[in-house]
Each structure stands twice: as C-alpha cells, then as structure tokens.
Design a protein. Structure first.
Length: 434
C-alpha cells in the first residue's frame, strides 16, 4: 500500500530558500526520508507473511489469522487525526522521532510475545507498530514536499513512493526466507500441550529476533533524525482543522464515494495479500509450502511497482476516472479467472491483481478530494481514516472462507470491492464532463 497523504500542509512558500544555512541539513533529511519510505513499506506489508505464519503456528481459522491486519490497520482509524494534531505542535522532524520511538517500543514487545508464544501478545505489538507508522506517515509526504522547490514536489513524491514499492518487494521476499524458512508443521490433534507450546516458541523465535533488530534500527534512525530536529523549523504546518469534517462527510457525495473506495480498496488489496499464502497453498491451486508461497506474495506487491511505472504514462493520456475503472475491471476479471480455474493459472491470476492495484490509491484519493479548496485537509483526513478498511475487509474475507469451507468463495469479497471502485471511476468520469 502506498503511504497515505497527510491531513496537514506545509505553508512555507519557498522551502529551500527558507532553509537558510540549514540547506545541507535539509538535504540529509531528504535522503533519510527516502530511506524511511523504503523501510516502512516493508514493515507494513510483512504482515502478509505473519498472517500465514501465525495461521500455521497457532492453528487458526482464516478469520482469526486475519486479526493480524485488524490489529495493525485499526490504528489508522484511531491515530490519523491525533497524529496530525501532534505534528502541528511538534513539527515535522520531532514527529518523525516520536513515530520511530513508538515503532521501536512496539517491536520490542515481540520478544516477550515470542517467548510466551502468545498470539494476543503479537496482536498487541502489531497495534503498537501500526500506531507508530501512522504517526510517521502523517509527516512523511509533506516532508518530501517541503524539502525542495514546490514546482518539483510531485516528482520527488513519486520518486519516494517508488522506494516504498521496492522496499515492500524486497523485504517481503527476504522475510519469506527468514520468517518462513524453518516452519515445521505439527498435528495439534496428536501433540500434547507441552509439545504445542514448545513448537510455537520455536516457530516464534525468528519473529522475535527480526523485530528486535527492527526496534534497534528504529532507535538508531530516531537518534539520527534527532540530530537534525531543527532542520525544518522554518517550515510550519497548518493546525489540523476538525471543523466542517462531519458536514463534508455527510453532505459531499464525492468525498463519501471516495472514502468508501479508499476503504474497500485498502481492504481488498490487504485481504488478497494476507490470504495469498493460504490460497496458493490450497491443493486445488498450486499446493505450495509457506516459504514458496510467501515469496510469491512479494511478486504480488512487485506488480504494484510495475503498474505505477506503466500507469504514470497512461494517466497522461486518459482521464483518471476512466483509468481507475479500467484497472478495477482488470482486477475483477483476474479474480473471476482465478476462481473458475485451477493450478498455476488460478494462482498467477490472483497474483497479477497486484498490478491492477497500483494506481488505485492515489487516483481514488485525488478524485475524492477534487475541488475541495480550503476543505482539502479535512477531506484528506477523512480519506486517511478510511484506510481502516485494511482492518475489516480481510477479516470478512476470512470469515467467508471459514463459513463456506472454500477459500475460493471468499474471492467474492474483493470482487465486490473492485466493482465499487469501478463504479466510482465511471461516476467521476461522467461528473468531470458534466
């Protein structure tokens, strides 16, 4: 998933010149910000592997395994607006430091959770990770805009988003090797409680180790950013304005439709990514082991990177609404193809949905906030809060798979999501030409 635009805005009309003697510092901060884009993309989407890992480790239902995403993404609904308020008080760099420290603290919670083999402990740690990343994302995009001339801000942001996609692909692929490489199944029906506990502790050891190092890395990055904490003091942010947000949500059809589409898009993308390992492991699909399936999850996310490169060109030639509807129709077609076929064709059809996802988030976001003028920050806040779809839709996917006893039938959930997105694209196209 692309990093979310922020609810606050930079108000410095000339950010580079405004930096004065701190120009060298701002360049360092810009380089660090690109590196953070790379890192946070992987930290967010490594959850897809944890869904599959925990499902096997704790012998969970599909729905219970998807609580991983619920614990993580519900933080967006809880902390998006408070994080914007915090940033308006602390400024960009100090907000970064706070976000890194929160992620670090939550990462260290994985150590006792692994030692105790506690699924509840893992979920609590993931909620903390989600809270920290929400704080970081609120400040991320406006920092990229601030660190350079305003006329080149879009190219810098696009360049930074490419780091996000590369980070997702590489870290998910590497994570599949490190987190899933030594998975040894155990039969819960024949194993004793002591054997099950020992198995879960052994399986969770790699998770605890990985997040311990992540926590240390976050603290190191926080320390580096703290050294440059005054670099952007010249760039002020607007205070987050909550007034009028409810009226915008209840009376503006464009915002309503756009927020719904952000909700279902993030939900569908995460639902497929989270359950792809289970789907590819189905004997009627590809029958893959966890590690091999996990590496193909990286290919799913790589499709978004390729799609963004192709889509950037397409968006220059066609109306955004029409492009959005076309990509959504492509996702629908691939899901149907996957559902009615078997073997490698079924598996790869679902993997290729990642390509169709590529342009949806930024296109929906821009169409949903189009023409809001001074209410754009409030509209952006609504869109960011709608990311909570990543918490709820995957759980619905898992519930359908459990109730039906057939994970293929659960594909109806993202299919409906993409149908809503396609209708928004067509609606926006007609609205633009009216």
């Amino acid at each position: 998933m692309a990093l979310a635009p922020n609810v606050a805005r930079n108000t410095d009309p000339n950010p580079v010149e405004g930096a004065g003697k701190s120009g060298g510092s701002t360049r360092v901060v810009l380089i660090l910000a690109f590196a953070v884009f790379f890192l946070l993309g992987g930290v967010t989407n490594i959850n897809d592997l944890l869904v599959g890992k925990f499902k096997a480790m704790f012998h969970l239902t599909h729905a219970d395994a998807n609580l991983v995403q619920m614990a993580f993404f519900i933080a967006y609904g809880a902390f998006s607006i408070p994080a914007g308020i915090i940033m308006s008080k602390l400024g960009y760099i100090r907000t970064f430091v706070l976000g890194f420290v929160i992620v670090a603290a939550a990462s260290f919670l994985f150590i006792p959770a692994s030692a105790a083999a506690s699924y509840t402990g893992f979920l609590a740690a993931l909620f903390g990770i989600g809270a920290g990343i929400t704080v970081l994302q609120v400040a991320m995009n406006p920092v990229i805009t601030t660190l350079g001339p305003i006329e080149t801000s879009h190219s810098r942001l696009t360049f930074a988003q490419s780091f996000n996609s590369i980070g997702v692909t590489l870290m998910v692929y590497g994570g599949a090797t490190f987190l899933l490489g030594n998975s040894q199944p155990i039969d819960p029906e024949t194993a004793s409680e002591a054997q099950l506990h020992a198995y879960r502790v052994a399986e969770g050891a790699s998770i605890g180790t990985a997040y311990m190092w992540l926590g240390i890395l976050m603290l190191v990055i926080a320390a580096v950013f703290w050294m440059y904490r005054s670099a952007l003091d010249h760039a002020k942010t607007d205070a987050v304005k909550l007034e009028g947000t409810w009226g915008l949500l209840t009376h503006n059809r464009r915002v309503q439709f756009g927020a719904l589409c952000i909700f279902v898009y993030v939900g569908a993308e995460v639902a497929i990514g989270s359950n792809l390992m289970a789907y590819l492991g189905d004997p009627g699909v590809m029958g893959l082991d966890l590690q091999t399936a996990g590496k193909l999850v990286a290919v799913y996310w790589a499709g978004s990177l390729v799609g963004r490169l192709v889509g950037a060109f397409i968006l220059r030639l066609a109306k955004p609404g029409r492009v959005l509807a076309t990509f959504a129709a492509g996702a629908i077609s691939l899901i149907i193809l996957s559902a009615v076929t078997t073997g490698a064709l079924s598996g790869w059809a679902l993997i290729l949905v990642g390509f169709c996802n590529s342009l949806m988030f930024p296109t929906i976001f821009s169409l949903g906030t189009e023409g809001l003028g001074e209410q754009t920050p409030q509209g952006s806040g609504i869109m960011c809060t709608a990311i909570i779809g990543g918490a709820l839709v995957p759980y619905l996917f898992g519930t359908v798979a459990d109730v039906s006893g057939n994970i293929r039938l659960a594909l109806a959930v993202p299919l409906i999501c993409y149908a809503i997105i396609a209708s928004f694209g067509l609606w926006a196209t007609r609205r633009a030409t009216a």
